[in-house]
Design a protein. Sequence first.
Length: 699
Amino acid sequence: MKKSILIALASLWSLFLTAQQPSVTWDRQSLLIDGHRVVPVMGEIHYSRVPADEWRTEIRKMKEGGVTIIATYVFWNHVEEQEGIFDWSGQRDLRTFLELCRQEDMPVVLRLGPFCHGEVRCGGIPDWILTKRVTDTDANGATTLRQVKSRSEDPVFLAAVERLYRQIFTQVQGLQWKDGGPVLAAQFDNEYRGHGSYLVALKRMAERIGFDLPFYTRTGWPQLRTPVAFGEMLPLYGDYADGFWDKEITEGAGNYWKAFHFKAFRSSTAIGTDLLGKQEEKTEKGDDDYPYFTCELGGGMTTSYHRRPYIYPKDALSLAIVKLGSGSNLLGYYMYHGGTNPEGHLTTLNENQRTLATANNDLPVKSYEFQAPLGEFGQRNDSYYLLRPLHLFLNDYGETLAPMEAHFPDAGKEAVKGDDSHLRWCWRASLSHTPGSPTGFVFVNNYERLQGLTDKHDVQFTVDGLTFPSRPVTIPAGTTCIFPFGIEGMRYATAQLVARRDGKVYLMQVKGVPTEIAIDGKVLRNVKAKGLTRPVYKNLYLIDEETAQKLFLEQQADPKGPKDLKDPKDPKVSYTKTAEAGAPRTIVKGPAKVAEAPGDSDFEQAATYVITLPADADSLLLDIDYQGDCARLYAGDQLLDDNFYNGRHFQYGLWRLPKDCRTLTLRILPLQSGMPVYLPREADTTPGERVNHITLIQP
């Protein structure tokens, strides 16, 4: 990574992983690093879903995107698929991944399980646990054969978990925060709704083994049957723009729309409804005394066979700004980086509704692309750039924002799906300020997924006696932004604060909103962006959105998104259709009452294309623009990747091909009329299949 990028991203977080580690504490507002408040950006990447030789590059991309903490699951069945045989090799090598994180100054939160979900087979619980039987003997010597109860305080289950945790500790030992390593925190289990004593038992076990971390976490949803004592582990929350797990196959199903409204309620009632069912808007007693953190803010969404959401870049930005405005002081994206399931030793490792547990959806065998900011092959998607200015802001102004309390103009009003009657906004303000001169930020969200909100006219904001801008403005449809007041010497500005470096303050012009800056007793109206070379006033620089999205990045080395190869000298790919699709399969609903994905034998009836690659394509992405039900890509008999069609292209990083492989096989099953499947409006639902184009692009 270029030195200039590292310098540009320096802040309190640059103190991480030094020889003498800074202290990490928390209170009801935020994390504190050596007593300084921070608002981290946490991005999820699953190390075992990314080839090991790509880890360093992808960690750096995450860092350049403004991520300041990495979160990763340790999937039990990825490392102990066969009882007593642990595999920490290759892309399962947790220790090497953590050592790279240390070298790249990237703290890590380990999500330890034993249950993870993560759309992996059986939620990460190995099959052998789910089939394990033990003999119990009572006081009279009578014996009974029983099944081990997973995710419980069953001593047999806990003994197996202890062996797992001890193995994980061999990977972590010497790399904990107190040792100068990157491991900052750990999460126990996931989306657990039983007795809190089970979570505490997992924590005590980890402590006995040697885990000694600044803090521990759990998911704050769903509500526990019995609580965990205050201070044992921080509850972290989440929200998504849409969910593959909903059984309904209509557009806009579920109550994900609530995530686009500012609200005091921290949790979500939309996550994991396939497993958790209907959830009430309740959090545990005392949880509001913890800092408001998220660990699963939708950076995208994967596709199941029966439900295939198409996620827009603004979905993630809107969710993030709504959470921040509502009081969150840690943005944790799930996923920030997509991935590919590793090869299983006994079975495939994808969630499937016919497996022994967590079997409510059929997921692709290999692909876990997730439409994330960084794609399955590290592609910088549009959301990567759209989110960067927000992350730069949190990096530079987190200490200012963290102690500010949230205020809701719509408090007491019931949120309504698609409500377009008024502008959605809230503010966070410092508790100590001069009357009439407040300090804080206004958060604006005129966006709700799929609802088409309209322009809002005659808008002014009144906060603690301050009204701005001086004249009413229009907030265009789709606008999601933050306006500062009482910050950096400005009484207010209708531009978004991005960064402060070397005494220069960078503001981003919000499209369609006239920039007005009140400063030094003056009101500067209709200020135009002048870029990075000239300030608009003293040390204030106003830049457009595209410049803000790439601020402090090496422009040449970091183009916006994958690029088509158009030069006549560029390598070309050729493809030929070699077989038409056979008779359409009968699509049935499986045990979870949703459509079942096709299996290996079904693809014997697929339309077949042979793809021939040029010799110099190893560093490129194969981009397949196709239409159909689903597709698989093979090298010989080896399944490389698969895709459930939702209107997006099917891509594959050719650097992952077996050595000297130049011929691939693409198999596509056709769409059928009346399929019990949700396809988004972007998908062509015409029955049949076709390939429009297959090209090579720069990643």
